[in-house]
Every structure is written in structure tokens, then in C-alpha cells.
Design a protein around this ligand. Sequence first.
Ligand code: SF4
Length: 456
Amino acid sequence: MERFARKEDEYKIGWIKRFMEYESMIPGFREEIMNDPENTLKKYGFPLAVEEVSFLPSDPEDIYTLRPAFPESDASKYADFMRTKISFREEIKEAGTPANDMMRKWHKRQKGRCLAELGARSDVLVYVPFTIELADGCSVGCKFCGLNAGQLKSVFRYTDENALLFNEVLSGVKELIGDGAGCGTMYFATEPLDNPDYEFFLKDYVRIFGKIPQITTATALKHTELLHRLLKEINEEGKTIYRFSVLSEKDALKVFEEFTPEELVYTELIPQYENAPQSGFVNVGRKGKDSGEYGDTISCVTGFIVNFSRKTVRLTAPTYACEKYPTGEIIFETAEFTDAGSCIDVMKAMISKYMSNIIGPKDRVRLKTGLTYRTEGDEIIVEGGKGARFNIAASEGSDIYKEMLVLFSSGYHTKREIVAQILSRYEGMLVRSDTFHYAINRLWELGILELESGKV
Ligand code: SF4
């Protein structure tokens, strides 16, 4: 993969990015710019021309593509940079596909289920199959915490014994899941920089997986010295994104003072305070509970999270946040381990237990709530209210799928009932029942069926 930006363009891109950050984080800035663009740029010390920060409203069909008002200006470099970052998300999704056969099919089904539940929002999730937590809890206690992280209880220090465990687990996971395991992070419901030994673990992680894991930190201003070092590393590489959660306007101004625009070219600043012109709150976890309204998810893991501090493995996948899943994640199981061998054994057991990719004879199945289907030419289109869309091509036997969808839309049926009902209509004709079993499993693989047992 190429760098997100050419070295020689980073200065200008960094400054245009900072301009955007002022717009999203500093109340009143946008109004000043609208009233007097030239003098406002001067007043705030932006070495930019008005043309370089002028963008047309985005196309509603393509909201992620920036449209420079003056395409010959350096605004185009910024637009290209943003486009490259977005395509990188697609690359991560692809690279994170597990090599383990059962897990790969399960992973694909979970992505389909997320599309059915979350619609277009599911597209921004990266579905990494493996992630690490280096602490038990989090020191920050953000009131909006989407994962409802508990208070910091302990951190997993880089002692000889712990380093050995860490290295053995990562190597074992790489063997089990493949290189895609390296698409994750070393934080989840934790603050990565709570661990004073983060840098040591980072070196081992990079050696094993060949990738720098992304960081999202809410403590950038507490760890400036460390971050100046870590940013140097990602800026040299030009292919990793870090994120700073910024908790107040005052902190935003301090971040601008401490880190140059060029230094933060690969670091996104996420405004997480009420008076920010564009705050990034999602109604999940503590924020969902406080607002009395759940929805969406921020969970990017579809696989295993190893918490080294608690010595646990949990199997998780994203879902639409609700009373039952307040943090927007389904936690299938959490199990303890004692050493690297037992950690990998726990994962193997979870693969066998939760990742069966066929519908059993006693499973009662229906079309997922909220989905409907229709035919369009030779295709069957299954759709959901939030923009989900699945195409089932006629080449796969559209009549059989149509009949199945009629039955699956009417309520729960077992595989045997479905096969018997459809076969009765084909009486006298030579139709192999394994065609139906294949078709049912194919719909299950797409993530558009739901089981009465709640299995997903
Ligand atoms: S949002 Fe992140 S930093 Fe804030 S409490 Fe949750 S885990 Fe900690």
C-alpha cells in the first residue's frame, strides 16, 4: 500500500486539515470565515489561500468525496488524501478476513447481519478479527464512553514473563487466524496510553504482524513526549492513522499548540464535547443510557478480544445498540486463560461452539426482522429500512430462493419444514433436496436469516 500522502504535500495537507479542525471544534470560527475569509485566515495564522479551503457541498450520493471549489488549488491534494484514507478502510476490511475457514464464514455472516441491522452505517466499521487490551478498565471515565469502560484496576506491565506471554499469544493467534489478526489495535474498552509500557508491546506487535496498530487516545495532552515519538514513527511510514479524542474546546486549543499541523497529518482529532460545532457522539454505552435512547455502534471488532490484564478472551461482534446490547456489541462468551496455550485453546473452542456455518435440523429460522424482499428482473433484492440491500442472482436458482423467502417471511420454520413444503410443489419433478439445503445455508451465510434460538 502507498503512503496516504506524498511527503512533499504533507505540510499543505496538514494545514488544510487543521483549518477543517477549527471549523469542527472551535465555536464561532465558521461564522468568522464566512464573514471575512481572507482576514480570518490571517488572524488565525493559516498559511493558506481562500481557494485552498473552499469546498462545494458534497454530493448526497457520495458524501465522502470532497469537492474542491478550485480544483487547480492545493484543496485537491487534501481531497485526494481523504479519498486515499477512505479506500484504506476498505483495504483493512479485506486484509482482516480470517484465514481460518470456519471463522472466515462466520465473519462474513456477521458483516451481512450488520448490514441488515445497521444499513449504511455498517460500511464504516472495519470488522477486525483480533484486538488486544493492555489494561483492566480505563483511567479517563468519559461520560460518553460507548463501551462503558469500568474504572482502571490494573495494567499489564512489560515484565519478562508478560512479554513472553504476549509474544506467544500473538504468534499463536497469527497461526490460528492468519495475517488478518494484525489489523486490530492494542486498545478496545481501554485507553492505550494508560499502559506505561505501550511502546514495548508496540515493538513486539510490529515485529510479529508487520503493522503499526492504530491508537485512539483521550490522553494526548498527558503523554505529549511519548506521542511526539510515536507520531514520528507513523509519519515516517505514512500508512497508519491515529486518533485523539478531544474532550473540550480548551483541550483542542492546547492540542493545536502542542502538535504542529504537519505532525498531526495522519492523526484525526475527534471532538467529544457538547459545544463543538461537529461533535462525534453516538448513542451507545454510557451516552445511550444517559440520553435514554440507544442506537448505532462503535464496535469495530468481529472476533476475539484478549485482555492481558484480566487474562480473558471474549468473542464479540457489532450490533445495533439497544437495551439488550447497550454497548452495541454482542458478547458471545468471555473465558479465562492461564497461558498462551490455553488462550489459543479457548479461541479454538469458541470457533467450534459459535461459528458453525450451517443451519441445524432443529433450528427454527425466519427472514430477519426488518427485512423485506422483492424481485427486480432476474434478481431477488432483500432490503432493510436503513439502506441495507442484498442481491441474490437468478443464476443461483431464483425460483427456489423466492419460495424460500415467502416461507421465511411468514415466520419461523425448520429446514426440514421448508424443504418438505417446497418439494411438495415440485412433485413429479426431479429436484435434489441438497439443492435446498445449500440454498438455506447460502441465505444464512448472507446474514439475512434469524434463528429463534437467538444464535447469530
Ligand atoms: S471513551 Fe475511551 S478513553 Fe473514554 S472512558 Fe471509554 S475507553 Fe476510556
